[in-house]
Design a protein around this ligand. Structure first.
Ligand code: ZN
Ligand code: ZN
Length: 344
């Protein structure tokens, strides 16, 4: 199975937290958190369609300016999700610059902001052509934390405690479409962008009679084949990929349940682990997790792989210890999962 999501932490575990998820065969990416994103090239930032901000402590939000600088003038719409207060935070950021020249652009950029509240979502739009004045404010009910629901995947959030509300996220591919390479060869069909179109037709539930045009190799004749035939001969459906991201949160019963419910069964769980196991009290005081707590959450959520990060700078020389402790808790009584640190 060729995974569709390609996740990568933006920085090493001592740097600002952030996760970039790029899509296979698509010029598209999602970004979880907006801390220091200097490590991401402009060409990558231009692929970002949606940004999910856990909370607006500076190590999770300082990168907003860089992202805005790169995407400004490209005419795109960027959607940003965050916890209570995010609309005012974005508005405040935008108010920090002078926009007297934006009317020279037809459509410089539009920023849609969605604020995740208990039971509902608030939204607002900031358009460059309006000098980023807040507009189109809205509110809709939201009981299940579902933020983004596209034909192929969804993103959910849980509101976690960190003295301020902090969002945890789960990205889930609805199901995975595998293309049988042997069957493709047997029919003399070349791989190419048309396979992406085929997948979009399946995710979009197009009828089997819908036809796709497939060019048979370089310079070869084009063939028209029905979706039903392609599905029957080339497509194998398996479970979709799930990636979870949790940072800056305290370990207590309520939070634990919310995290385990959100993260359950993830293929890959990115979890903060600022403190070593014996620093439970320090972690509680600062509303963060220890390595042991991160590993325990991963075990209880039955994830396949745990990746710990967002280490406290006081543990610069104890990074392996943080990983080892998280791994030990994750494996518990010899569970099937494995833990690796960010650079693995
Ligand atoms: Zn943080
Ligand atoms: Zn924080």
């Amino acid at each position: 199975m060729k995974p569709i999501f390609h996740p990568k932490l933006v920085n090493p575990p001592l740097g600002d937290p952030g996760l970039l998820v790029q899509f296979l065969y698509e010029r598209r990416a999602l970004l979880f958190d907006l801390g220091d994103i200097a490590a991401l090239p402009n060409v990558t930032l231009l692929k970002v369609s949606h940004v999910f901000v856990s909370h607006t402590h500076i190590d999770h939000f300082i990168g907003f300016d860089r992202l805005l600088r790169v995407v400004f003038g490209q005419g795109k719409t960027l959607t940003l999700y965050g916890p209570a207060g995010i609309i005012a935070n974005v508005e405040g950021k935008l108010a920090g610059f002078t926009w007297n020249l934006v009317d020279r652009y037809h459509q410089a950029i539009t920023i849609d902001v969605v604020e995740v509240r208990p039971g509902h979502l608030l939204s607002a739009r900031f358009r460059a052509v309006d000098k980023f004045k807040r507009s189109e404010e809205g509110r809709r009910e939201n009981d299940d934390g579902l933020l983004l629901d596209e034909p192929g995947f969804s993103v959910r959030a849980a509101i976690l405690e960190h003295r301020v509300p902090c969002l945890g996220f789960a990205l889930k591919e609805k199901f995975h479409i595998n293309i049988d390479k042997d069957a493709l060869d047997a029919r003399g069909l070349p791989p190419g962008p048309w396979l992406n179109e085929l997948k979009q037709c399946i995710y979009g539930e197009k009828p089997d009679g819908h036809c796709l045009t497939v060019s048979a190799g370089r310079g070869g004749p084009e063939k028209t084949i029905s979706l039903g035939e392609l599905k029957r001969d080339l497509v194998r459906i398996t479970a979709g990929q799930k990636i979870a991201y949790v940072v800056d949160t305290v370990y207590n019963e309520g939070n634990k349940k919310r995290i385990v419910d959100l993260v359950r069964g993830a293929d890959l769980f990115f979890c903060e682990s600022p403190f070593i196991a014996e620093e439970e009290e320090r972690a509680r005081d600062r509303c963060h997790l220890t390595s042991l707590q991160a590993g325990t959450l991963a075990r209880e959520a039955e994830v396949r792989e745990l990746r710990v990060f967002h280490f406290s700078p006081r543990h610069t020389f104890r990074q392996q210890q943080l990983v080892r402790e998280a791994e030990a808790a994750f494996h518990g009584n010899g569970g099937p999962g494995r833990t690796v640190d960010q650079e693995a």
